[in-house]
Design a protein around this ligand. Structure first.
Ligand SMILES: Cc1ncc(COP(=O)(O)O)c(C=O)c1O
Length: 382
């Protein structure tokens, strides 16, 4: 059966070069990086080289990079530690953040931290005027703004420069969940006023179970996982050397090819949108995902004009036809809950219709796109 993978925002396939690099570490350089003998020193040198590479790719210093088990852990580390060790007592976030941020923010609320949510406009974008009002209201407090760069469900892009400037004006700390951004957009933390960002390697053709947090050197975080003194005491546990090396390799390749991949993937996205528009009357796009200037080139979230009985069969039908895509986001598939992002941006009427997220990568082809359009349009028009 033909299979087409269009769920790259959930996770991406590994690059062959990444697998090769990881195999070397898994096979022969298996020492514990904390050991002082030659095996340990070899593993340590892999980790510190990876740290240097990653830091230089985002304009940071190596000591500002903390390795974690992925995006969720890094989000938790930044938000919880900011409250515990940097005195943050007010958080400004949004209701369309990934649950890794949203639930952590709500956890902090349950511990007495004041939390407010910036207004989200009907197209899913942040109301920057309201953000400034919130910052001004809380100016006497120690504030943390946490807003994602690329929304993982609707693809909207945050104006990080603007948010950074606002945070600077009101002396607030700024964290951006950049899990869907790192490896797809160039970052230079020396040019943007940002205190924390984070990444997960599996979103840019690296391995699962590894990520990193960047923390500005003036904002030292405290550990959330304690035990051994790894990662300068900020994140305990024997480092996953092969994963860290794989992440650095994947990031290096993604960065070197970023412009080429952007043009290639953007062309696929445009082809998909045009295909759906020409074949499915009444198709609509959620958030700004069809606006190629204001949304990431990597995904589209479309709403289909289907009756509820047919809607129930949609994802099953796509799977049957070998197409991997996602309803809302992957984190929700299998769960009874609808998407909190779509609930925040769509009207009750729009919510009656099924929405699917399709996300693309350099490994997709025009044939993949045409096949997905054909399967979807056949289903909608039959
Ligand atoms: C925006 C965003 N933040 C955080 C995460 C969580 O990352 P991980 O699965 O690596 O923990 C994801 C994963 O989908 C994401 O899309």
């Amino acid at each position: 059966m033909k299979t087409v993978y269009l769920d790259n925002a959930a996770t991406t396939p590994l690059r062959q070069e990444v697998i090769s690099e990881m195999m070397t570490v898994l096979g022969s350089d298996f020492g514990n990086p904390s050991s002082t003998h030659s095996y340990g020193r070899k593993a340590r040198s892999h980790i510190e080289l990876a740290r240097k590479q990653i830091a230089s790719l985002i304009g940071a210093s190596p000591n500002e990079i903390i390795f974690t088990s992925g995006g969720t852990e890094a989000d938790n580390l930044v938000i919880k530690s900011s409250c515990e060790s940097l005195g943050v007592n007010r958080i400004i976030s949004s209701e369309i953040e990934h649950h890794a941020v949203l639930d952590t923010v709500l956890k902090m609320k349950s511990k007495g931290v004041e939390v407010c949510f910036v207004k989200i406009l009907a197209d899913g974008s942040v109301d920057y005027k309201h953000l400034e009002e919130l910052l001004a209201e809380g100016a006497s407090k120690k504030q943390l703004v946490t807003l994602m760069h690329v929304n993982n469900e609707i693809g909207n892009l945050l104006d990080v420069e603007r948010v950074g400037e606002l945070c600077e004006k009101y002396e607030a700390l700024f964290h951006s969940d950049t899990v869907q951004s790192i490896g797809h957009y160039k970052w230079d933390v020396s040019k943007v006023k940002i205190d924390f960002l984070n990444a997960a390697a599996h979103k840019f053709h690296g391995p699962k179970g590894v990520g990193f947090a960047y923390m500005n050197k003036s904002c030292k975080l405290c550990p959330q996982i304690i035990g051994g003194g790894q990662e300068k005491g900020i994140r305990a546990g024997t480092e996953m050397t092969h994963n860290i090396v794989g992440m650095a390799k994947a990031f290096e390749i993604a960065d070197a090819q970023i412009e080429h991949e952007k043009q290639y993937v953007l062309a696929l996205k445009k082809r998909f949108i045009e295909g759906l528009r020409s074949k499915i009357e009444g198709v609509a796009f959620n958030g700004l995902s069809a606006d190629v200037e204001s949304s990431t080139y990597t995904l589209v979230n479309c709403r289909l004009p289907l009756t509820s009985s047919k809607a129930g069969m949609l994802l099953f039908h796509m799977d049957l036809k070998g197409i991997a895509c996602s309803q809302g986001s992957a984190c929700q598939s299998g769960s009874q809950k609808g998407s909190h992002v779509l609930s925040a941006v769509l009207t009750d009427d729009q919510m009656q219709y099924p929405s699917l997220r399709f996300s693309f990568s350099i490994f997709n082809t025009e044939e993949d796109i045409d096949y997905a359009v054909e399967v979807l349009s056949d289903f909608c028009t039959s």
